[in-house]
Design a protein around this ligand. Structure first.
Ligand SMILES: C[S@@+](CC[C@H](N)C(=O)[O-])C[C@H]1O[C@@H](n2cnc3c(N)ncnc32)[C@H](O)[C@@H]1O
Length: 304
């Protein structure tokens, strides 16, 4: 009794059966007249279909701010200023029609997420993402920007309002140091931008910030090149602005002290020379190096 199904199963799996199926399928495809096949639509045609199905007017009521899209050229300039690459994860806060996440993927090869509250906008943006063939790299999520985890972002973009930016600021300052934040038109209160982005013929400016490493406090730097040599520094910090004071030293003091994301520069001035040290703030320490009288000097700083 059991033999019949077993035989059918064996036949279906046989090489001859698979070869015959392949030949049959190929014949069907070849035999299908060209005129009976759908002409391939361009992304632009597919986008127009999205407009017809989900079209939303500029000025559409959003949750906390209406929809006004960032200018095309400024979109590209903002992502370029953030030095966006295929290794980045770009999150647009209040994504509107998804143009920033789409540009991040299409022009810069990044992965991107657009967070948008308004469900009509979300449907339009998702349709544009499919129209562009970017569904594997761009997600448009219906959510409130203030209730979404953005900690994985390496680039954050926004075009909101000053009041909303102020509400967002603590979330942004808590991101990994070095994360780039780009805002069209509006700043984040006293947190001054690291760079202004201007595009000829576009009225709005945009601004770029690097989330600063958190260095406030006292650090002890030990030389890795001259055993036993060390110095202690007290950093006061307001956003990316740092003021550094050498502790318990009479003959040297700090000249420059700069912080951009994780990159730090300080100079130690004595009557004989100025030692310029450059390096990075890692999670546990600060590595600085420079050159004194032609010899490399290296220090590792640890919190005290
Ligand atoms: C000025 S538009 C910017 C659109 C897009 N980022 C751009 O630059 O082209 C702001 C968008 O934020 C959305 N929005 C406002 N408040 C929001 C919130 N709390 N959560 C998510 N999206 C929000 C609005 O619906 C609107 O689409």
């Amino acid at each position: 009794m059991l033999r019949r199904p077993v035989m059918i199963f064996t036949a279906i799996n046989s090489a001859a059966y698979r070869r015959d199926s392949f030949v049959l399928l190929s014949l069907i495809l070849v035999a299908t007249p060209l005129w009976a096949r759908e002409p391939a639509e361009s992304p632009q045609e597919r986008r127009s279909a999205c407009d017809r199905e989900f079209g939303v007017r500029i000025g559409n009521e959003g949750k906390d701010v209406i929809w006004v899209p960032t200018h095309d050229k400024l979109t590209t300039a903002m992502l370029a200023a953030a030095a966006t690459t295929p290794h980045d994860y770009v999150i647009d806060l209040g994504a509107g029609d998804g143009k920033i996440p789409i540009a991040a993927a299409k022009e810069f090869g990044a992965k991107a997420l657009g967070i948008e509250y308004d469900s009509d906008m979300v449907r339009l943006a998702q349709c544009y993402v499919r129209a562009e063939g970017l569904a594997d790299r761009v997600e448009i999520r219906q959510a409130d920007i203030f209730r979404t985890d953005i900690s994985e972002a390496t680039v954050v973009t926004a075009y909101l309002l000053p009041k909303l930016n102020m509400k967002l600021r603590p979330m942004l300052l808590a991101l990994a140091p070095g994360t780039r934040v780009v805002s069209n038109r509006f700043k984040f209160g006293q947190w001054q931008p690291d760079r202004t982005i201007t595009v000829e013929g576009v009225a709005n400016q945009a601004y770029l910030w690097y989330v600063p490493a958190r260095v406030a406090g006292t650090w002890r730097f030990e030389s890795e090149t001259t055993p036993g040599e060390s110095f202690r520094v007290r950093f006061d910090q307001r956003f990316q602005k740092i003021r550094a004071r050498l502790l318990a030293e009479r003959h040297r003091k700090i000249g420059t002290a700069k912080l951009v994301g994780r990159d730090m520069e300080i100079s130690l001035r004595s009557s004989k020379q100025t030692l310029r040290l450059f390096g990075r703030v890692a999670d546990e320490d600060i590595q600085l190096s420079g050159s004194a009288d032609g010899d490399e000097v290296r220090y590792v700083g640890r919190r005290q």
